[in-house]
Structure formats: C-alpha cells, structure tokens
Design a protein around this ligand. Structure first.
Ligand code: 7RM
Length: 664
C-alpha cells in the first residue's frame, strides 16, 4: 500500500516493502530500559486510557507540589476548558533547580554549554543553576516584574536563556521566548501581542563565525513597543550593544549588585497559572500565542522525557533544538532538568566549521541521548560517512528525531551510520500545542517501523478520521485527531479566549484536531503525512503561507502573492512564491532579491522563498479564492492531473504558469 502525502510536499511516500521493515529495540538498550517490553507499555497505556485520573494522579509525583491538588482533570475538549491538577500549587524553577540542589545532585552538571567556538564551554551544576536563577529572579523583581507579568526573551542558545526562563517561572512571570533567528519586526509583534514589559537579549549571537546583531534588532523592535520599560542585555560576543540610558542595562552588572541576593523564595503558583507563551504559525497571517499552564505541562514534559528517552542519572542528554522552539522548552530545559538530568546546550551549527561538528561535540561530551531533526540528518547524510566514523560515538544509546516525518532511508542511515545498529531510534511526533511528545516508540519496548512515529504515548487517544469524522479503516489516510485531553495540551491562545476552541476543537467537535494527515496501519502504528492546512514545514520550522504572503505584498511593487511549499531534498519543504507585480513595474532579478530581503526583514531568514515566480495572474476560483493545490502541483513539477478545474476562472492560465515554473 502507498500513502500519498495529504498536503503539500515532501518526504513521505511509503511503499509496501519499506513498511514491512521492523527494527527491534537493540538488546543493550532494552536491558536497561525503564519500560522493557511491549506488554509493560500496553499495560500502562491501557491504565492511562481507561483510568486517566488514576494514571495522571500517580504521575503527578514526578514533580514536587507545595499544596496538593484536589482534582486531577476538570472540563474537557467539548469546550476547551480542560484544567489539570486544580488546586495544586507548585513552582517550575523549584522543581528544576532547588530540589536537586538539595540532594547529592548539588554538584552534578545541570547544564553543559558548548559555544560555537570550540574553547567556549561552561558548566552549571544544579547548585550554580539554583543560585543564578535566584539572583536573576531578584533582578527581575527589582525591575518591577510581578507575578503574571510577561517577559520576552530574545537570546542565542546560551545558559542565560535557561536561567532567564527559570527566573521568570520562579517569580510567577510568564516567559515568552522568541527565536533569535526572527527579525526585529517579528520580535516586536510578539512583544506587543504578549504585553511584555521587559525584554532580555544579548549584544549579538554567533553563526558561522559571524555576528547576528540581536541588540540592534531588539532596538528596532522596541521602537514600536512603548510598554517595554527595561531591556537587560547579556554580553555574549563583546559586539557593541549601544545601551540606551534609562532603559538598558547589562546582565552581568545587574547580577553583581550588592542588593541582589542569592535567595529568592519561589512563588507558589496555581497548577493552572500560565507558565509560558510561545508563538507559533497557524493557517492565518497572525502567529498564535500558545499558552501552557504550569502543573500539567511540567508533569507531561517530565514523563515523556523519562520514558521516550529513557533518561537516567548517568546520561548526557543533547537536544539540538534552539530554546526558541517548543522542542527547546520541553527537551533542552524543562524535561531533563525536572528529572535531575544533564542537558547539553550547543550554540553552533551541524556543519561549521566542518560537517562533523555535531559528532565531534557528541564525542567530546560522551552524549548518550541525541535528539535532532530530519533536516539535520539529511544535510549530514550528504557528506561522506567518514565524517561520522572518525568519531567515537560509543556513548550513544538513544537517537531521537522530531519536526517532520522522517523518511525511511533517512531513518536507516541514522540507525546504521550514527547509531551503528546499537542505538534505538525514536521518531517523535508532537506540536507546540501538545506540550510534549504524543506519538513515539518507547526505545526498549516498542519495535520501530522506519517512517512511522509508532504508537501513542500514555494518555494519548489518537484517531484517524475522514472529513466527516468517521474513523478510517487501517491503512486509510485521513486526519489525525486526539479524542481526550492530556496534561501537556495547551490551555489557550494568549489574549484570544475563543480561539483555542475555534481553531482546534470545532473541525471535529469534542476532539483535538492536529492539522496533520495520517494513516494507522494494522498494528495501530501511525504514519504522519504532513499538514492538511496552509502551514509549511521548512527544516522542521512551522511557517504559515499567509504570513509569508503578507510580508511579500508589503513590497510596494507587489500587487498580490500566493505562497506554497514544494519538496526540498534537505529542508523537506521549501517556500515558493507566485507574485503579481503592479503595472509598470519591471519584473527582474533585482525585484526578486528585494522581495527576499523583505521576507527576511519581516519574518526572518527561515521564511525566505527559494523560488519566486513573477506571473500575470494567480489561479483563482470564480469567487476569487486562490487555488493553492494547482500551484502546489506546479511547484512540485507535476504538470498534469490538476483535479477538478471547473471553478478556475481563467483556464488558459495553467500553461502559462507551468512555462514560468519550468523555466525558472
Ligand atoms: C515539535 C514540533 C508541529 C508540526 C506537526 C507536524 C510536524 C513534528 C513530526 C512531525 C511527522 C514527526 N512542533 N511534525 N514532528 N511530522 N513526524 N515526528 O515540531 O509546532 O513546530 O510543529 O511538525 O506537521 O503538526 S511544531
């Protein structure tokens, strides 16, 4: 059987032979795993589905509570009013730092940091982390940050990012991390939407030996953010930061003031209080501020880290994601630290200065759990395998993948070349909205099928349904929904009370709609097939077509634009823009460069179109709707079988579009 990808693009098309391949957990992984066989997984899974309150009450013990909850789950997916551990009180930073600093883990490394420069490394023990967090929490307080206030964090991947996040959590402030690759404009939009009153940034970031002028971008963003009273700047590269008097100050100066104590009592937060906001792209032009609440998110992050990565005290856990994405929140920071683990943060890139940088870092720190994205694996696969073999990767035990479907060939390469057939590969499916992994093979218990994310995690009740909400037969492609709430599920969209229900719970009433296409095979294994909405996945990063379109039409010479994804060997999916220019405008290379510049400036480099086609007209229905599926086909090099074109207002246009696309 072949599953065709449900929407635009890329990597997945599963043929019968690939589908039959089953890779059992390697013995050495299984023997020491916390869940060692399928039966054990099954037993716990059944408990979690049949008696969810019992199951989640038991799992709540993964975190320390200041006051016990009186209800495990209130509300539900009918109204989007689900709430976990009501009445319970706790503090995230206490759970990540204090409670470990008070045990034998006091001198254990909580965070190991490797900078882009080989000689730049730092280690924070649990005790040091605890002190830093307390001190910075006091700095925030001194700047007037109170419980419930929002703080935006725009930093490179450095330990200060973790300290800042935990310091916010300590005093009950809500952190809003913005990825350092976003532009000034995107940053400003997220600061304003979240109503942040304080910004934390750095002088600059590093990328391939070059500086990314974060402070400059921050200054530009702040021009349109009058609410922001202070900006705290980490000196990271020594680049000029141009501090503005009365508003800006250095992190290190703030931290060494005599009135900043190393003691700061953690605020008692309600389980349902928001822990953070993280903006993510949806099908509209405006990013959504996904809100996660404290108790449920933490329990879910801890439990998934424990079982999906089988983390233990002697592990070195390296999740390569930036802290600006949900993967960084849940699996660089919260998951590993909640469990007293050692998390590795690496500032650099996989292929700088050479294509073996990741392997060199993994060898240097004896990494045992490695978690990255298919786009990274694909790019490293193009290099000679010798780059991998020249390093001793014998410390590795678990290899994770996240961000997009991992093609079976790529999976096998990861397993064979990086893992030397002695590591478990876990393909983990989840979203910003789900807080943590919701589908994955547990490394010691669930046989993997390359290309499939395997089976649901505890408490997750998935279903593949057709447009009318009827469950599909095994093998049939449909849309993936989750039928019951779980603790990691977002609590809402910041500042837009009705939007969570509207966006996620109305397509299939009472069920959470993921926006992804999927098929379940006879064994219940889930095969993810990509987005069914207008969301692109470029190198594992979520982008909305509408957002990119509005950045393009922002250019004065552009009249109209339509953006679609097309399959890309490394990125999985890449951006293709069809653009109509205003009359009298010359459609030349310079214009295309300017358009790219615009998108870079408004959203960031990740959204930059790989291809721009200047066209006379866009394919539209008579009612004026752009027929994206036609553009998607053309961009993918498929010039026939466009499906029903009856609605198309200008049938002659298709051949013109093909000519332009094929010629470019
Ligand atoms: C963690 C993260 C979410 C979207 C999601 C999917 C795609 C992520 C996988 C995957 C197939 C996977 N959060 N996706 N992981 N598709 N297999 N293992 O990526 O909010 O940024 O993106 O990413 O389409 O809906 S995210």
């Amino acid at each position: 059987m072949t599953y065709a990808k449900a929407s635009a693009s890329s990597a997945v098309s599963i043929s019968a032979s690939e589908e039959q391949r089953i890779v059992f957990p390697p013995k050495r992984v299984q023997e020491r795993a916390q869940i060692r066989d399928y039966g054990h997984y099954r037993e716990l899974y059944e408990l979690s589905i049949n008696y969810p309150t019992v199951f989640w009450a038991l799992q709540s013990r993964l975190v320390d509570w200041m006051k016990p909850f009186h209800k495990v789950l209130g509300g539900g997916l009918e109204n989007g009013d689900h709430s976990w551990y009501e009445g319970g009180r706790l503090n995230a930073s206490y759970n990540c730092a204090d409670r470990h600093a008070a045990t034998w883990r006091r001198d254990k490394a909580a965070i190991i940091w490797q900078g882009e420069d080989e000689n730049d490394t730092r280690t924070l023990t649990y005790y040091e982390l605890y002190i830093q967090v307390c001190r910075f929490a006091n700095v925030l307080k001194k700047h007037g940050v109170r419980r419930g206030d929002r703080v935006t964090i725009y930093l490179p991947l450095i330990p200060e990012a973790a300290v800042a996040m935990l310091a916010c959590a300590r005093i009950g402030a809500v952190h809003n991390v913005v990825f350092g690759g976003f532009s000034a404009e995107s940053l400003g939009e997220r600061i304003r939407d979240s109503g942040s009153k304080l910004l934390i940034t750095a002088d600059a970031g590093k990328r391939r030996g070059e500086l990314i002028p974060l402070k400059e971008y921050a200054d530009r963003a702040l021009e349109s953010c009058p609410e922001v009273e202070s900006c705290i700047v980490v000196r990271h590269t020594g680049a000029p930061a141009g501090l503005i008097g009365g508003r800006d100050s250095w992190w290190h100066e703030e931290m060494r003031q005599a009135d900043i104590f190393s003691v700061c009592l953690p605020e008692e937060m309600d389980s349902c209080d928001p822990l953070f906001i993280l903006y993510t792209s949806g099908s509209t032009g405006k990013p959504k501020g996904v809100v996660h609440s404290t108790g449920g998110y933490l329990v879910y992050a801890a439990l998934t880290t424990r079982y999906v990565f089988d983390i233990r005290d002697d592990d070195i856990f390296w999740c390569t994601a930036d802290i600006g994405w949900i993967t960084g929140h849940s699996y660089v920071l919260y998951g590993p630290l909640l469990l007293g683990g050692t998390t590795l943060m690496f500032e650099g890139l996989p292929n700088y200065p050479r294509p073996d940088r990741f392997w060199q870092v993994a060898e240097k720190f004896r990494v045992s759990i490695f978690y990255t994205a298919p786009t990274v694996i694909r790019s490293l696969m193009r290099e000679s395998e010798d780059w991998v073999y020249r390093h001793d990767l014998g410390s590795l035990r678990i290899l994770g993948s996240v961000g997009e479907p991992i093609n079976p060939d790529v999976w096998m390469w990861y397993y064979r070349v990086v893992g030397r057939e002695r590591c478990a590969v876990v393909d983990t499916y989840w979203q910003t909205e789900t807080g943590g992994i919701i589908v994955a093979p547990l490394p010691g218990a669930i046989p993997a099928k390359p290309g499939s994310a395997a089976l649901p995690f505890f408490g997750i009740k998935p279903a593949v349904v057709d447009r009318d909400g009827r469950e599909c037969e095994p093998g049939g492609a449909g849309q993936l929904v989750i039928e019951e709430p779980w603790p990691g599920l977002m609590s809402g969209v910041f500042g837009e009370p009705g939007r969570f229900k509207q966006n996620y719970l109305t397509a299939y009433p009472g069920k959470y709609f993921t926006g992804d296409g999927a098929a379940a095979d006879e064994d219940g294994y889930l095969w993810l097939l990509g987005r069914v909405d207008d969301v692109l996945n470029v190198s594992g990063h979520r982008l909305s077509t509408a957002e990119i379109e509005s950045a393009i039409v922002n250019h004065p010479s552009v009249a109209e634009a339509a953006v679609v994804g097309f399959p890309h060997e490394i990125k999985g999916e890449a951006v293709c823009a069809y653009v109509i220019v205003r009359s009298g405008v010359k459609a030349d290379q310079e214009l295309k460069d300017q358009i790219r510049q615009r998108v870079r400036g408004i959203i960031g480099p990740i959204a930059c179109p790989d291809r721009i086609h200047i066209v006379r007209e866009l394919p539209k229905t008579r009612s004026g709707k752009i027929m994206r599926r036609v553009l998607r086909k053309i961009s993918s090099g498929e010039y026939e079988n466009f499906g029903d074109l009856a609605a198309l207002s200008d049938p002659g246009l298709i051949s013109e579009l093909i000519e332009e696309a094929a010629g470019a």
